[in-house]
Ligand binder design. Sequence first.
Ligand SMILES: Cc1cc2nc3c(=O)[nH]c(=O)nc-3n(C[C@H](O)[C@H](O)[C@H](O)COP(=O)(O)O)c2cc1C
Length: 330
Amino acid sequence: MEYLKIGNVKIKKTAALAPMASVADRSYRILCREYGACYTVSELISAKGLCYNDKKTAELCTVTNGERPMALQIFGDDPEFMKKAAEICMKYEPDIIDINMGCPVPKVVNNNSGSALMKDTARAAEIVKAVKSVSGVPVTVKIRKGWDKALVNAAEFAKAMEQAGADAIAVHGRTKDQMYSGKADWDIIKQVRESVSVPVIGNGDIDSLESCLAMYEQTGCDLVMIGRATYGNPFIFREIDSYFENLPYSPPSVEERMEVMLYHIRLILSQLGKENEEKAMKEARKHASWYMKGLYGAAGFRAKCYGLSTYDDALRLAEEFLELQKRQSL
Ligand SMILES: Cc1cc2nc3c(=O)[nH]c(=O)nc-3n(C[C@H](O)[C@H](O)[C@H](O)COP(=O)(O)O)c2cc1C
């Protein structure tokens, strides 16, 4: 098994879970780690929110052992706020601090944060230096291919971030303008790999063991990071991990998918507390709805997930769906 090192943090060279706001929360990260994700990153955290003592923002910073090695990801446009935010993050003992320079959402880019920083290399470098000056842990940067068709600057930008002190660069092979449409450009990841000496994390459109191996092969990246293909599918990490560990792998049965879905819901319930069952179940609905994708009756299952209000509802739905599968296979 190969490992890479980001600063002093040793990470298995398999596949990492991408940061995903409103999806890859603590329960999700714990689950994916258990299934073999080698590294996790928090949802994006506002530097200003942290500095102004926003309780909800601070809750995003908790790092549990089940999620490590884990980065806390912060975003903002002001080096001083980012520095202060990194200091606050350090109290939560992350393994790494990651700076978001890739978010395309208007609320973020209109404040000159996220991928807007790719239009202002000098400011982005100041931010890296400021965060680095107070973080006793490695500092990484997550970028995109560029801002738009006219500004495809990931390779030069990554070099500047390395010079400012970044210990690794994650690259999503789309421009800000593309948001999530079109195909991710892996060639740009290769170009970034060739322009810096620190580890490069390749990201965009990995949805199988085969595409994970292809990303390693075609880009030379040091680590692969997966986002959307993990929806209802932590098994992708088990498949990739088994491959690198030389272990046999068999895809999950319907029963196993259902067990893991229920386990995922229990993780959400345990994070939010039994007294918050209603809130937890609201949160669980979208996750549950993803687990049966591609199976007979999946559309009906998905629709029913949006009516889940209690854990018992989920148990009943699971039984009903498994019954349907049995009848279908007769
Ligand atoms: C729902 C959602 C939320 C996301 N939130 C974040 C985020 O908080 N921080 C970040 O750097 N990227 C975020 N991303 C981008 C992903 O980390 C990743 O770069 C992108 O989805 C491409 O990878 P994929 O093709 O494997 O999904 C988000 C993506 C999605 C779909």
